[in-house]
Design a binder for this molecule. Structure first.
Ligand code: OAD
Length: 268
């Protein structure tokens, strides 16, 4: 666990930052009970990526993929934001009150816990399990229903186009929806990636929390920031490929370290 000196240094770096960019990964939700991917009990240790998280897997066996996502949606619905999510939402509020200061939160997480903790401006690089996209017409909708009904979910958009299969006489598209997440081999959402790269390049402090820093392009953001002169700070219980480059490494759990930054709540 990091020392109180490290936490004081983190607090000083954040309060002195003019332009702060934060990148989070699965580790930020670990203390909420959402499994990470590559830790010893992580998802990719138990489930094969190529059967669950590629477009080919979905074409081959959409029900299998949907059942896995239905399980994860249930788990994520039952999870609560932890002190790390709340501390990052607080930081956004603090930066909003400082004239000329800018704060950007970039996440690889699809669980929606940053939003539930009160973060408002989030660049989601890997999509969200709470968004669905039609496999035929591409239209998207937000849907928090657990369980989904019908399952798998169907597109409710008006049908357009001659060749499009429509639900029997409903005038609706009715094609199967998919989770609007990024699977291996797919492109990241272009606007979110562009804005993340801009925020990383413009940052004077870049904070990386709870990611193994193995998956690109997300893992490139701290490198871009560092190249442009940002101070790089990492919070993680374990070393990552980024640790050697970081100017400050806080070893420990995000919830415990970031909670130490929050002012004590006044009791009412
Ligand atoms: P990983 O599972 O690869 O890494 C999780 C990181 O969190 C590890 O470095 C852990 O040491 C760290 N960690 C664990 N508990 C923590 C805690 N309490 N506080 C802080 N850190 C903790 O997850 P990601 O780096 O997010 O992509 O993975 C990146 C992407 O790979 C995911 O978005 C997902 C995955 O495949 C897609 O599905 C496209």
């Amino acid at each position: 666990m990091s020392s109180s000196g490290d936490i004081a240094e983190l607090a000083a770096a954040l309060s002195g930052a003019r332009s702060l960019c934060v990148l989070t990964g699965a580790g930020v939700s670990a203390e909420s009970g959402v499994p990470t991917f590559r830790d010893p009990d992580g998802l990719w240790k138990k489930y094969p990526i190529e059967e669950l998280a590629t477009p080919e897997a979905f074409s081959r066996n959409p029900m299998l993929v949907w059942e896995w996502y239905a399980w994860r949606r249930e788990l994520m619905r039952d999870a609560q934001p932890n002190p790390a999510h709340y501390a990052l939402a607080d930081l956004e509020d603090q930066f909003a009150m400082r004239p000329g200061a800018s704060f950007t939160l970039v996440t690889q997480n699809v669980d929606g816990l940053h939003e539930r903790a009160g973060s408002r401006n989030i660049l989601r690089l890997h999509g969200s399990v709470w968004d669905l996209r039609c496999t035929e017409c591409g239209c998207e909708r937000e849907d928090h229903a657990v369980p989904l009904d019908p399952f798998p979910p169907q597109c409710e958009c008006p049908a357009h186009g001659e060749g499009q299969k429509t639900g029997q006489g409903t005038g609706r598209c009715s094609a199967m929806m998919r989770p609007a997440v990024v699977w291996f081999g797919e492109m990241l959402p272009e606007a979110a990636l562009r804005q993340s790269l801009q925020a990383a390049a413009a940052s004077d402090v870049f904070l990386v929390v709870g990611t193994s820093s193995l998956v690109h392009p997300a893992a490139s953001l701290p490198l871009v920031a560092k190249q442009q002169g940002a101070r790089l700070i990492e919070i993680n219980p374990d070393p990552t490929p980024l640790s050697g480059l970081a100017d400050l490494t806080l070893t420990g759990k995000a919830g415990e370290i970031l909670a130490a930054l929050r002012p004590p709540r006044r009791l009412v």
